[in-house]
Design a binder for this molecule. Structure first.
Ligand code: C5P
Length: 284
């Protein structure tokens, strides 16, 4: 039996840092969505031991299998539920790594769902999310894999229902960014400015309310990786962009559009001007 699942990119439509815990982790409020197209793809096949193989445009950047979050998540499930069987996990890596769109976390979350089924563990989503939180702050929201508010240090996830029809263009300049360094570069901690009732809003009001929010990590990340400012500027230079912002700890940035045609036209313009940058257009 072979199982397969997509690991969608995770986008922080806004990310407010509202506090800091004594252990150094930051308290967040973030509206997270998972664009419907694109992403990494995982397969699970029977095997005597745990094995991770890779393919796809970013497989070279996956690092040592033992350090990969996918294998860490698999080992955690084995230990927690006394699983003696192995699995061959194949990861088609289409998303840039260390790029603020949760590639590694989304892969680990997808692997947890697949192995929960493959090994017939039967753990609930809440149980998986509690376990996943031990491996990374973004893993609980990636296990939900639907539009949600993420709070606490990431462990509190509240799905918010569907968003109005909006299209996203994601752009990554090919520079990886270390999340801890970006959190260290954060200057000051913002207040609570969240918007509510997303699914009741028209796309105009939804985008307008997002405009009053921010990614509090953006300024510090630009200080560390100036290319992020270039990406933001290139996106702002496209026609019909409604909102331009960085996702997570960067360096991926995004623009929102009311139509798919406008998102595609912007993507074409960015690809022409910056052929080495990674882009993805999707509905959210
Ligand atoms: O949990 P994860 O490994 O994804 O986090 C990477 C780093 O990002 C943490 O070690 C921490 O420095 C920072 N972080 C934080 N507050 C969060 C999430 C991550 O300070 N809520």
């Amino acid at each position: 039996m072979m199982l397969t699942r997509f690991a969608r990119p995770k986008v922080n439509l806004f990310l407010h840092v509202i506090g800091k815990r004594e252990d150094g982790y930051h308290l967040l409020e973030s509206l997270v969505c998972f664009p419907k197209s694109g992403g990494d793809k995982l397969w699970v096949d029977p095997a005597a031991n745990l094995l991770l193989t890779g393919s796809g445009p970013y497989s070279e950047t996956m690092g040592e299998p033992a350090d990969n979050l996918v294998l860490k998540a698999a080992k955690l499930l084995q230990d927690e539920f006394g699983v003696s069987k192995g699995a061959h996990i194949h990861l088609e890596k289409n998303l840039p790594v260390a790029s603020g769109i949760g590639g590694g976390s989304s892969d680990a979350a997808a692997a947890m769902h697949l192995l929960n089924e493959f090994w017939q563990i039967g753990a609930s989503l809440d149980t998986l999310a509690q376990l996943g939180a031990r491996l990374g702050a973004d893993i609980p929201v990636c296990l939900h894999a639907e539009t949600a508010m993420m709070e606490g240090v990431g462990e509190k996830v509240t799905p918010v229902g569907g968003l109005p029809a909006v299209f996203i263009l994601l752009v990554n300049p090919g520079v990886s960014v270390a999340t801890p360094t970006v959190f260290k570069a954060l200057k000051g901690i913002g207040g609570n400015r969240r918007v509510r009732g997303y699914n009741d809003l028209s796309s105009e009001i939804f985008i307008e309310s997002l405009q009053s929010c921010a990614n509090d990590l953006e300024a510090g990340a630009i200080g560390l990786v100036p290319e992020i400012a270039d990406v933001l500027q290139a996106l702002k230079g496209c026609k019909e962009t409604e909102l331009v912002r960085m996702s997570g700890s960067g360096a991926t940035c995004f623009a929102l559009f009311k139509t798919e045609a406008a998102a595609n036209a912007a993507s074409k313009k960015i690809n022409k001007g910056h052929p080495k940058w990674w882009t993805l257009v999707s509905g959210i």
